[in-house]
Write a protein that binds this ligand. Structure first.
Ligand SMILES: Cc1ncc(C[n+]2csc(CCOP(=O)(O)OP(=O)(O)O)c2C)c(N)n1
Ligand SMILES: [Mg+2]
Length: 620
């Protein structure tokens, strides 16, 4: 599969091409997908796409998975892409089918995930007439795609597909839409399949020059407190090995964003885990410094980084909080493959537009020849002290003991209460840290990130930028299709899981053994946390249970799973947790493990939105 194009390639003389026999437009599209190495498509049919489905039934190379909702299909395509690094492909009919893909497309855009989304469109003669199921999906998705096509000529299909995959997967990856009117699907033509395409003006793999890279080495030599702050770019750029070598050669500690989780092994002594709103306290301190509040006065206790190497990251507000206070006293080096990220959220002292794998590779060569002399011993001592002061930890709080959960479900047996963090820790232990996790959005998502330690890239698949509830289970299906030999577990919330619960049918019928472990707190827990913190605990439609019967766990996910022929189990007491998780892991089928947890637990650390590290609350 072609992944990259470079400036030099653009100068090569002629494209080669393969001429096929006369085929219908729908068949050309499928044949073109086959030539891109597509092995799976998540596709839901309708009037404007059934020609494409007819052609798919004749493909010997492509497995068509029928999701039970187009949003599920789009998230599954994303899960496939995030787990494999190859573009995920989804398809829907025009109108409501296409609009149901939109959330997934937006998600892929925010998190730079390569997805090719194909939509059927009404016949060309009907476009603009407001006919049945006509929606301008091209126009609708313009701000959330890397590129889009509306095919107007059957002879363009093969080239458009080739370009779409190139664009989706190269440089900063992202979603590409191909909208194809029904009459073009039905026409016939002799296709020409290009084996390469060149896009004028598209040079996705810029390379930093040696002078600038040398300057980085100089800055490291001069610094006392350097930190590597790394994001999803390291993963999509396949640069984690280069990052590890660079960190080890220089002794610079590494923090990642949530998108960057797994880019650097979290079990490594140089790892600071992830930073930001719910990131490790020590990661936030290492970047921005430790502060104490003395009434209104903010006192700096210890300085943070004097050099921040921001590699493949975009200074998202969930990471930075109040952005001008983020690493306020540090020199910032920002390397990103996408020039539009440079100086967007945070000005950089040394900005470089570059492929990160190349940049790290050259930096490694440079430090290989001329090793960095500094060892940053004092800095490492400070970080060790911070790690000791505020590790990620939890305990059974007063709030939990006094909670409705204790009264309704535990009969006062406080020693039996299952805290959500425990569940993730136990799962980590029982899987040896080897599973691929997906998540919904909410508190459970943060705990999954905090209490599982990720060793590899493409191991933690989460809707980060968009924060789309409902992502977890369909994404797990996609990941399991891409990696059938891995244990794939969706850590979900009760609210999030319900949003795409229909995908249990896909899992059963398609025999995709992705597991769902629900941290069921009967609430929209993350919103509850904000209500507690900022609205005096007033509940604004955040209870998901049945107010007329609070003792009952509602809905009953295990019965629901059974109705889909998916096995499952509920656990309420700590004594049953470990064996229940083990049974889930041992199952060779899709599975639902419904773990009942108190809703009163808050995710810590917590830096309220738009605030600074001085406002961080953490478990002392
Ligand atoms: C589609 C969508 N709607 C609303 C939200 C806002 N939101 C963020 S977290 C959250 C609560 C999620 O509840 P649940 O899935 O049960 O997870 P918990 O926080 O309880 O672990 C909500 C409503 C969202 N992120 N996505
Ligand atoms: Mg919940």
């Amino acid at each position: 599969m072609s992944k990259t194009t470079t400036d030099t390639k653009a100068a090569e003389p002629r494209e080669r091409a393969e001429v096929g026999p006369t085929m219908q437009g729908s068949e050309i599209l499928v044949a073109a997908l086959e030539r891109e190495g597509v092995d799976t498509i998540f596709a839901y049919p309708g009037g404007a796409s059934m020609e494409l489905h007819q052609a798919l039934t004749r493909s010997k190379k492509i497995r068509t998975v029928l999701p039970r909702h187009e949003q599920g299909g789009a998230f599954a395509a994303e899960g496939y892409a995030r787990a494999s690094g190859r573009a995920g492909v989804c398809m829907a009919t025009s109108g409501p089918g296409a609009t149901n893909l939109v959330t997934g497309i937006a998600d892929a855009y925010m998190d730079s995930i390569p997805v090719v989304a194909i939509t059927g469109q009404v016949p060309q003669a009907m476009i603009g007439k407001g006919g049945f199921q006509e929606t301008d999906i091209f126009g609708l998705t313009l701000p959330i795609v890397k590129h889009s096509y509306l095919i107007t000529d059957i002879n363009d299909i093969a080239r458009v597909v080739k370009e779409a995959f190139l664009i989706a997967q190269s440089g900063r990856p992202g979603p590409v839409i191909i909208d194809i009117p029904k009459n073009i699907q039905q026409q016939k033509a002799q296709p020409v399949f290009p084996t390469e395409v060149h896009l004028r003006g598209y040079a996705p793999n810029k390379k930093a020059d040696d002078v600038a890279l040398n300057e980085i080495i100089g800055l490291i030599e001069k610094s006392e407190r350097p930190v590597l702050y790394c994001g999803g770019g390291i993963i999509s750029g396949n640069a984690s090995e280069e990052l590890r070598r660079f960190a080890e050669a220089t002794g610079i500690p590494v923090t990642t964003t949530i998108m960057g989780v797994g880019a650097f092994p979290e079990t490594h002594p140089l790892s600071l885990r992830w930073l930001g709103m719910h990131g490790a306290a020590y990661a936030n301190w290492a970047v921005s410094g430790e502060f104490k509040k003395d009434g209104e006065r903010v006192v700096n206790v210890a300085p943070g980084a004097d050099l921040l190497l921001a590699f493949g990251v975009r200074f998202d507000d969930r990471v930075t909080g109040k952005v001008d206070k983020f690493c306020e006293t540090g020199t910032i080096v920002h390397i990103d493959v996408d020039a539009s990220e440079i100086n967007k959220n945070k000005p950089a002292h040394l900005p470089l537009v570059s492929d990160i794998k190349y940049a790290l590779h050259r930096l490694n060569e440079m430090v290989g020849k001329r090793p960095v002399q500094k060892r940053f011993a004092v800095w490492h001592e400070q970080i060790a002290a911070w790690k000791a002061k505020a590790p990620l930890r939890y305990r059974v709080t007063e709030e939990v003991l006094k909670s409705q959960h204790m009264r309704d479900h535990m009969g006062g047996r406080s020693s039996e209460v299952i805290l959500p963090q425990m569940v993730i820790e136990t799962l980590y232990e029982l899987t040896g840290g080897e599973a691929i996790l997906t998540t919904g959005v909410g508190q459970h998502q943060m705990w999954a990130g905090q209490y599982y330690q990720f060793k590899f890239t493409r191991q933690f698949l989460t809707s980060a930028g968009l924060g789309a509830m409902g992502y977890g289970y369909p994404a797990a299906l996609g990941a399991k299709v891409a990696c059938p030999d891995r244990q794939v577990i969706d850590i979900d919330g009760d609210g999030s899981f319900l949003m795409n619960v229909q995908e249990l049918a896909t899992a059963h019928i398609e025999k995709i053994a992705a597991k769902a472990l629900i941290l069921n707190n009967q609430h929209l827990g993350m919103v509850v946390q904000w209500e507690d913190k900022f609205y005096k605990g007033n509940r604004g439609h955040t209870y998901l249970g049945d107010p007329d019967n609070r003792q009952q766990i509602y809905p009953d996910f295990v019965s629901m799973a059974k109705s889909f022929n998916v096995p499952g189990e509920r656990v309420m007491f700590k004594k049953d947790l470990r064996s229940a998780i083990q049974r889930m892991l041992d199952s060779d089928q899709p599975y639902v493990l419904d773990v009942i947890t108190p809703y009163t637990e808050h995710v810590l650390p917590f830096i309220p939105a738009g605030r600074t590290v001085a406002d961080m609350i953490y478990q002392d």
